[in-house]
Design a protein around this ligand. Structure first.
Ligand SMILES: *[C@@H]1O[C@H](CO)[C@@H](O)[C@H](O)[C@H]1NC(C)=O
Ligand SMILES: *[C@@H]1O[C@H](CO)[C@@H](O)[C@H](O)[C@H]1NC(C)=O
Ligand SMILES: *[C@@H]1O[C@H](CO)[C@@H](O)[C@H](O)[C@H]1NC(C)=O
Ligand SMILES: *[C@@H]1O[C@H](CO)[C@@H](O)[C@H](O)[C@H]1NC(C)=O
Ligand SMILES: *[C@@H]1O[C@H](CO)[C@@H](O)[C@H](O)[C@H]1NC(C)=O
Ligand SMILES: *[C@@H]1O[C@H](CO)[C@@H](O)[C@H](O)[C@H]1NC(C)=O
Length: 528
């Protein structure tokens, strides 16, 4: 049993560790990994076994009576569900419960008189009664004049297995204290709803990580609170608040708090510290209250972006109106042609190419566009930047039938497609595992028709750089086995794609007929 578990976890760890990030910003990655090669180290199974033992722990204070002067009381158990929600499902008032059983993230729940103290990176939980007979340990910290009954540490970021990035995340101290007098412990702001604490540090800045490590876990952790929740953010960034404001306002009725920038003492009746995460870019409904799924998450996106999109549509209608009025004065057939064209286009399926330049670009993208148009698609090329407004991107993808892109962080945009539509991921040499794990499998769970287009060596720019029989071309797995730095240097950073148009066209034709059929179906539904 233990052996089986160890094997599984080892694989889980190893895989995720090796594919740290599919970042488009190399310097960013370097800044995290340094030149120490730390990111490339594989964990030894022995170390892992030890980690497993220490991870599967949950500290609970069951009753004041069973406490000794020892401030920590931990229960270890093996064989619990790695990603389950069960461990801290009911937490008594005045206690902290930490669920450290998941490989991906820790989460602690504090109930009662919760107060922030950002100067000491702490969150305190004060207890009223039954605890005053404890002898307090002397301490120099001004806020430690009361005895600490329980002390937990946690880094609220959901890549727990990746030490290199976790080292960059601020750690929080969670302390239960006996309350002799509340005079010293004023509340500057009294909140009446639960707080959720998390970090937007780490790999935030890369779309895949923003959704996978941040937004989706935030949804998983907080949606059941029906917006009655305050987000308290470590490593707070204004740009992140701006970029995700539409989504945040669907999850919370209150403004977010910058934990280290806001020195006031915020008081809460409950705190959830850390985020739950299920799997890559997904929501496992069997672990959610009310059986929520990734489709419910998409519904939330739709609601989040609708006000902005409606605004854009109104603006455009206003402009069109002006144009018509003008042309009514000086008649021209332009507008008529425009409307006819629009009508025809809405019948044709729409294909979006999520384009990269630099590494993993499609060198013959122009020809791909032309071919797709010849087949009958309306084609739009999107070049998402870090600063692109997500609502605008959502609008394009929500009205598309097909999305095509080369494996990379921007594939995260599949979450903006309508379930039932098609996603073609072009898979460069050496990226099979990551492409399927991070985007292919999640896209299928999401309800897309997914096609992984694995390129042939001849379609890779590496074909001219290496001998025909070089393992780089004919056995990428063996290159990947040598370590992450090889994968990154050879396959991710230096490879571009020249699609074999004949080969690609076969897929595209099938997709075209599928899309036409889908469109007919939905028109039929509408007319009923
Ligand atoms: C929990 O404890 C706090 C202070 O310790 C108290 O103010 C609050 O009323 C308690 N809540 C419940 C539900 O008992
Ligand atoms: C919480 O409720 C109290 C009492 O009803 C009120 O005074 C306070 O303003 C509320 N706090 C917030 C942040 O709404
Ligand atoms: C969802 O979680 C449960 C419990 O951990 C697990 O058994 C199941 O396989 C998961 N489902 C998917 C689709 O991953
Ligand atoms: C969630 O799904 C399970 C199994 O499909 C079902 O038994 C249960 O009633 C559902 N719960 C809710 C709240 O819909
Ligand atoms: C997305 O598309 C659907 C139907 O195609 C539409 O009903 C919905 O309003 C669109 N969402 C947004 C936010 O524009
Ligand atoms: C990619 O395109 C952007 C904007 O079009 C440009 O600023 C950038 O320099 C390009 N990068 C490369 C590597 O060509």
């Amino acid at each position: 049993m233990v052996k089986y578990q160890r094997y599984n976890l080892y694989n889980h760890w190893k895989k995720n560790k090796e594919h740290v990030v599919h970042d488009d910003e190399e310097s960013y990655l370097r800044s995290i990994c340094g030149n120490s090669g730390y990111c490339n180290k594989k964990p030894s199974p022995k170390l892992l076994y030890f980690t497993v033992l220490s991870l599967i722990s949950c500290s609970l204070i069951l009753a004041p009576q069973i406490l000794s002067s020892n401030s920590n009381f931990s229960v270890f158990w093996l064989g619990s569900e790695p990603d389950g929600n069960g461990l801290c499902s009911s937490v008594p008032n005045g206690t902290i419960c930490c669920d450290r059983s998941s490989m991906r993230s820790d989460i602690c729940i504090m109930k009662g008189d919760v107060r922030t103290h950002s100067a000491s990176s702490s969150i305190f939980l004060y207890r009223n009664n039954g605890v005053n007979d404890f002898v307090s340990a002397p301490s120099n910290d001004e806020n430690d004049e009361l005895e600490v009954i329980q002390h937990e540490k946690i880094k609220p970021y959901s890549r727990k297995w990746e030490t290199s990035v976790m080292d960059t995340i601020d750690e929080l101290n969670l302390k239960v204290k006996g309350k002799e007098s509340s005079i010293h412990h004023r509340c500057d702001v009294q909140h009446n709803v639960t707080a959720v604490f998390f970090s937007t540090g780490g790999y935030t800045g890369n779309l895949y990580h923003e959704f996978n490590d941040g937004i989706l876990p935030l949804y998983i952790t907080s949606q059941h609170l029906n917006k009655k929740v305050v987000f308290v953010i470590l490593e707070y960034h204004n740009w992140w608040i701006m970029k995700y404001g539409d989504i945040l306002s669907q999850l919370s009725d209150f403004p977010a708090i910058d934990f280290s920038g806001d020195k006031r003492i915020h008081c809460f009746p409950e705190a959830i510290v850390g985020l739950r995460i299920h799997d890559e870019l997904t929501v496992n409904s069997s672990l959610m209250e009310g059986n929520k799924t990734i489709r419910d998450f998409r519904e939330l996106l739709n609601q989040a972006y609708w006000p902005r999109i409606r605004g854009l549509i109104q603006e455009e209608e206003g402009e069109a109106q002006l144009k018509t009025e003008k042309s009514a004065l000086s008649p021209s057939s332009d507008n008529l042609i425009d409307t006819i064209k629009e009508k025809q286009e809405s019948k044709r399926p729409k294909l979006v190419i999520v384009s990269r330049n630099g590494s993993r670009a499609i060198n013959n993208e122009d020809l791909l566009v032309k071919m797709a148009e010849d087949i009958g698609f309306v084609v739009e090329v999107l070049r998402p930047q870090r600063t692109s407004e997500l609502a605008k991107t959502y609008r394009v993808l929500n009205s598309s039938d097909v999305m095509i892109g080369v494996h990379g962080a921007a594939m995260t945009h599949f979450l903006f497609m309508k379930p039932g539509s098609v996603f073609i991921q072009v898979i460069p040499l050496g990226t099979d595992w990551a492409a399927e794990t991070y985007y292919g499998e999640p896209a299928v769970k999401f309800g897309l028709r997914y096609i992984g287009y694995k390129i042939l060596p001849k379609e890779s720019s590496l074909y001219v750089d290496y001998d025909k029989y070089d393992p780089v071309l004919i056995d990428p797995q063996s290159v990947n086995d040598r370590g992450w730095e090889f994968t990154k240097k050879i396959y991710l950073d230096r490879q571009t794609v020249r699609l074999h148009l004949g080969r690609f066209r076969k897929r595209l034709l099938r997709v075209y007929y599928y899309s036409i059929a889908q469109k007919k179906k939905s028109l039929h539904r509408q007319s009923q």
